[in-house]
Design a protein around this ligand. Structure first.
Ligand SMILES: Cc1ncc(COP(=O)(O)O)c(C=O)c1O
Length: 343
């Protein structure tokens, strides 16, 4: 029996995964497998040259018993943009969405009940699969639709987390791949994240790789800050265009807040009343403090500058935004924006 209330965010095998293969210039039939292993040449480009991109989105069981997938067309489009960058064959928006729906239908036993705050996380994954030696675009690809039931990413939903600025590490390069969802970006952030974890921080915050004076994003989520009635989030070419962030901007406007997407200097952290991480996995995770130090490895407390936000629980504006977005996802509030796809 699944402990729906304490799932966390981790691997759990579901009933099936879906596979679609691209070779000979076309996508084949959708196959379903109860085994979540794949047979792949050890020379596949994905394994050597990181010819890989992925997506993350969620399906929810609503208060009305209906099943909703949240904004899948946005993820389909973002995967197309990642695949285009890699020159990797990409499934159409239609195929992407069809496979998301089929994955949910085949894994209903893993779709958490309403009221648990949990959901079914969908992980579309696209890899270059033909054997190759030498850096060149993949000619064959595998598109996988994986899923797993998940709770919150870091502890409980709305449980505050802390973060540290990884000043001497970049997750993305100035003219690099930060705005695409490539596995390689996460590999690039792993070392700094591990150092941060070893020091008791839950997240790393990266600065813009060009000047290191502006806030970019967290290791696996976008940044937002609240100042008065204004939702502020970085405008940057080196961050992932978060679908949750885009959603929150619309929700904030809907709730009568001002929205500013612009460059955010690090020092402005001192002016935010609330700061949060936002992303599909975390939805919103309030951040209670962010430490800034000359080097991530520095442990001398004298050299740490701490920016403190809400000290207990979630700030009122973040909570309002969270309630609005989750209300739509679970069918408690009207989806006036037309964001939910019913399965
Ligand atoms: C680096 C990074 N930024 C931002 C996000 C948030 O994007 P989205 O809201 O589309 O999930 C993610 C993924 O969740 C991420 O990995």
């Amino acid at each position: 029996m699944m402990d729906w209330n304490n799932l966390g965010f981790c691997y759990r095998k579901s009933a099936t995964m879906l596979i679609c293969r691209y070779n000979g210039g076309a996508w084949g039939k959708i196959e379903s497998s109860t085994d979540d292993h794949i047979l792949l040449s050890a020379f596949a480009g994905a394994l050597h040259y990181s010819i890989e991109c992925f997506e993350g989105l969620k399906a929810f069981r609503g208060v009305d018993g209906k099943i909703r997938i949240f904004r899948p067309e946005e993820n389909a489009r973002r995967m197309i943009s990642s695949a285009e960058f890699l020159n990797l064959p990409c499934p159409s928006e239609e195929l992407f969405i069809e496979m998301c729906k089929q994955a949910v239908r085949e894994n209903l036993d893993f779709l958490p009940p309403y009221g648990t705050g949990a959901s079914l996380y969908l992980r579309p994954t696209l890899i270059g699969s033909n054997p190759q030696l030498g850096v060149q675009s993949a000619k064959e690809a595998l598109f996988l639709l994986l899923c797993a039931p998940v709770g919150a990413y870091t502890g409980g939903n709305l449980e505050p987390c802390n973060a540290v600025i990884a000043r001497n590490y970049d997750r993305a390069a100035t003219y690099g791949t930060g705005c695409y969802k490539l596995g390689g970006n996460y590999a690039a952030s792993l070392r700094s994240l591990n150092i941060a974890h070893s020091q008791g921080y839950k997240a790393t915050l990266y600065l813009d790789p060009h000047s290191h004076t502006l806030i970019d994003e967290f290791n696996s989520s976008n940044f937002f800050g609240i100042k008065g009635n204004t939702y502020v989030t970085p405008l940057s070419d080196t961050i992932l265009p978060s679908i949750t962030n885009k959603t929150l901007e619309a929700v904030a406007k809907h709730l009568g807040m001002e929205v500013e997407r612009r460059a955010v200097p690090v020092e402005e952290l001192a002016e935010f009343e609330e700061v949060g991480e936002c992303g599909t996995a975390v939805i919103i995770t309030p951040v209670d403090y962010i430490d800034d130090k000359p080097f991530l490895e520095t442990t001398d407390p004298e050299l740490v500058k701490r920016y403190t936000f809400v000290t207990e629980g979630c700030g009122p504006k973040s909570l309002k935004l969270y309630r609005q977005i989750t209300g739509i996802q679970y069918g408690e509030l009207d989806d006036t924006f037309g964001w939910c796809l019913f399965v």
